[in-house]
Design a protein around this ligand. Structure first.
Ligand SMILES: [Zn+2]
Ligand SMILES: [Zn+2]
Length: 243
């Protein structure tokens, strides 16, 4: 399987993943902000974000984090993703399975990393990582911009876990379909952002998003509370850390 992955270098498929993801995010944001209730939430987030961005530390940390993220993502797009993406095999069942496996495996390792590395006790050998993560926890009641108010080392860890899962998937099961990877990149990028927004719409059809966002906000209240996973609340539920 390893040699078949190495022989496979499909830059068109990699470019399709990147361009389609960017296009869907751009068009999706345009459409979603046409919904009056969501537009109202966006205006509140912009107001809250501006208060934070007026503090010198915010733009500085966000810039460092973005630099770290792109420094990993760009080489990945050119050097690694072409080995991991394909247009072949178009069965919907296979695409759904790939999406499920990649996101659930990533979320499992993210859960472990967040719970045991980023929340390691102060006085343990891993205490440094808790101090790194404490940057992100400075926001007790996050708004949108806090999704990116993260120490660059923590950004690097999250991005590497996600990309590592895609590489592992390619090595074990072969390159994933472009459609699967687009959905995975969208989930990786968007769920974390939505989780941090000010979002108070506790009625249909927003009830579920409202609940998921509320869970992540509980985690920000103090570093003892749960919601360690990022894509779903499944592992928090299974391991009993859903506060
Ligand atoms: Zn957070
Ligand atoms: Zn945390």
């Amino acid at each position: 399987m390893f040699s078949s992955v190495v022989q496979h270098y499909n830059w068109q498929a990699a470019a399709a993943v990147v361009l389609l993801t960017a296009a869907i995010i751009t068009i999706g944001k345009y459409l979603v902000f046409k919904v009056p209730a969501i537009k109202r939430m966006r205006d509140i987030n912009i107001e809250e974000d501006n208060k934070r961005l007026a503090q010198e530390k915010y733009p500085a940390m966000i810039k460092k984090g973005k630099t770290a993220g792109f420094a990993i993502l760009f080489p990945f797009y050119f050097l690694v993703l072409p080995f991991c993406a394909t247009f072949e095999h178009v069965s919907i069942a296979r695409v759904l399975l790939e999406i499920f496996v990649i996101l659930m495996v990533y979320d499992f390792f993210y859960y472990l990393t967040h719970r045991f590395l980023l929340h390691a006790p102060h006085d343990s050998r891993l205490g440094y990582f808790r101090r790194v993560h404490a940057v992100h926890h400075q926001a007790r009641d996050p708004s949108w911009v806090d999704a990116t108010y993260v120490h660059p080392l923590e950004i690097a860890i999250g991005v590497l876990l996600f990309l590592g899962t895609i590489i592992a998937h390619a090595l074990v099961a072969g390159p994933a379909h472009v459609a699967s990877l687009v959905v995975c990149f969208l989930a990786f990028h968007m769920i974390n952002q939505v989780n941090h927004t000010y979002f108070k719409l506790p009625y249909f059809p927003f009830r579920t998003i409202n609940w998921i966002v509320a869970k992540h906000h509980v985690h920000h209240e103090n570093m003892q509370k749960g919601n360690y996973a990022t894509i779903t609340l499944f592992y928090d539920r299974v391991f009993g850390t859903l506060d």
